[in-house]
Design a protein around this ligand. Structure first.
Ligand code: FAD
Length: 379
């Protein structure tokens, strides 16, 4: 008989408890300052690496944790219960950058990049541009073929982790006339000549997560910097984002759980009319509704992740998980804030941060309409 979806096995349970303890002790005290200063605390990164949270699926031979996708989901969820900005840093590293190199990297690329990504270097994934977001493959970034490789020119926008990253997966076209068939993925080191980090965005939420422009000005790359093969970037991007969406669902799931836990605790402390507000049935019903929607979101997210680990079709389920969980997160964060009353509107409590952070779930790695489009195609 197969186990219920949301029951964790011993290894998963131990990992979830380890990350929960770490997030409470090491992230929670920094959370509001990092948000206000729009900076990830630099001491946090080495700790994430030393716990093995930046190379969860990277095989042990490359210095990674050699674990599976589901465990990445648990880690992202636990971190995001405390701070979704840290959640997305770890999410992009594991479910997008590392998985892309594990799947498409040559033996040489894996030997060079995976040990770095597992132990010390952050990665970024750069597909979006100023004029191509949902229509990502209308990208204009150009990789001009030359005798010994390619010369890249253009700019990328909204790139998560770019401030810290040292390894970038960048999508460009080798032939604009070839449409999707020209799109190619490249591995770029931060110190490459002609490559620079541009403007950093000042955001509504996940403010400690860096989101920057990338500038490519005659960046010369050898053939060995192509990830996969020339013209396969479209397939690589689609496949990576299909998985990545489950990571965003996990981020939003954790955020919803964190927001609700804060509201539940507050409702038992806050006295009005001579009793804790939790004693009012309206408040209990609201919390019960939150718990029910969160449970549904958890089932969708865990189901998509377990399908992926078992090699079963998961694309529709991943889109459903991201679509639904980001709705739940936004609603739970909003209602939780109201349960804090006026205090929820102040920065003395985390409710307003959960509320601001929730909004991004419906936007990145495909907007909610794009998820619905994917689901509809697979009906
Ligand atoms: C904080 C943050 C971090 C990000 N990180 C990264 C990253 O690391 N790497 C990266 O490559 N990108 C990243 N992005 C970019 C993100 O993936 C895009 O913003 C997203 O895909 C939406 O694209 P857009 O902003 O161009 O919006 P648009 O595509 O212009 O969409 C605007 C609106 O039009 C709607 N729309 C568009 N097309 C259709 C359609 N066919 N049918 C119905 N409605 C439609 C959309 O749903 C949306 O509501 C990030 C963005 C943000 C804000």
């Amino acid at each position: 008989m197969s186990s219920p979806l949301t029951v964790l096995n011993d290894e998963e349970q131990a990992l979830s408890e380890l990350v929960a303890k770490f997030a409470k002790a090491e992230i929670e005290p920094l959370r509001m300052t990092m948000d206000e200063e729009q900076q990830m605390d630099p001491d946090l990164l080495p700790k994430l690496f030393s716990l093995g949270l930046m190379g969860i699926e990277i095989p042990a031979e490359y210095g990674g944790s050699g674990s599976n996708f589901f465990n990445s989901i648990i880690v992202i969820e636990e971190l995001s219960k405390v701070d979704a900005a840290v959640g997305v840093l770890v999410d992009v590293q594991n479910t997008v950058v590392n998985s892309c190199i594990i799947r498409y990297g040559t033996a040489e690329q894996k030997a060079k990049y995976l040990p770095w990504l597992a132990t010390e270097k952050v990665g970024s994934y750069a597909l979006s541009e100023a004029d191509s977001g949902s229509d990502a493959f209308a990208l204009k970034c150009r990789a001009m073929p030359v005798a010994d490789g390619f010369v890249l020119n253009g700019a990328k926008l909204w790139i998560t982790n770019a401030q810290q990253a040292e390894v970038f997966i960048v999508f460009a076209t080798v032939d604009p006339k070839a449409g999707h068939k020209g799109i190619t993925a490249f591995l770029i080191d931060r110190d490459s000549s002609g490559f620079s980090i541009g403007k950093k965005e000042n955001k509504l939420g996940i403010r400690a997560s860096s989101t920057c422009e990338l500038c490519l000005d005659d960046v010369k790359l050898g053939h060995d910097q192509v990830l996969g093969t020339v013209g396969k970037g479209y397939k690589i991007a689609i496949e990576t984002l299909n998985e990545g969406r489950i990571g965003i669902a996990a981020q939003m799931l954790g955020l919803a759980e964190g927001a609700m836990a804060a509201a539940l605790a507050y409702s038992k402390e806050r006295q009005q009319f001579g009793r804790p507000i939790f004693n009012f049935q309206a408040v209990q019903f609201l919390l019960a509704e939150m718990a029910s929607r969160i449970e549904a979101a958890r089932l969708l997210t865990y189901n998509a992740a377990r399908l992926k680990d078992q090699g079963l079709p998961f694309i529709k389920e991943a889109a459903m998980a991201k679509y639904f969980t980001s709705q739940v997160a936004e609603w739970v964060a909003s209602e939780s804030l109201e349960l804090f009353g006026g205090y929820g509107f102040s920065k003395d409590y985390p409710a307003e941060k959960f509320y601001r952070d929730a909004k991004i779930g419906k936007i990145y790695e495909g907007t909610s309409f794009m998820q619905l489009q994917t689901i509809a195609k697979l009906l």
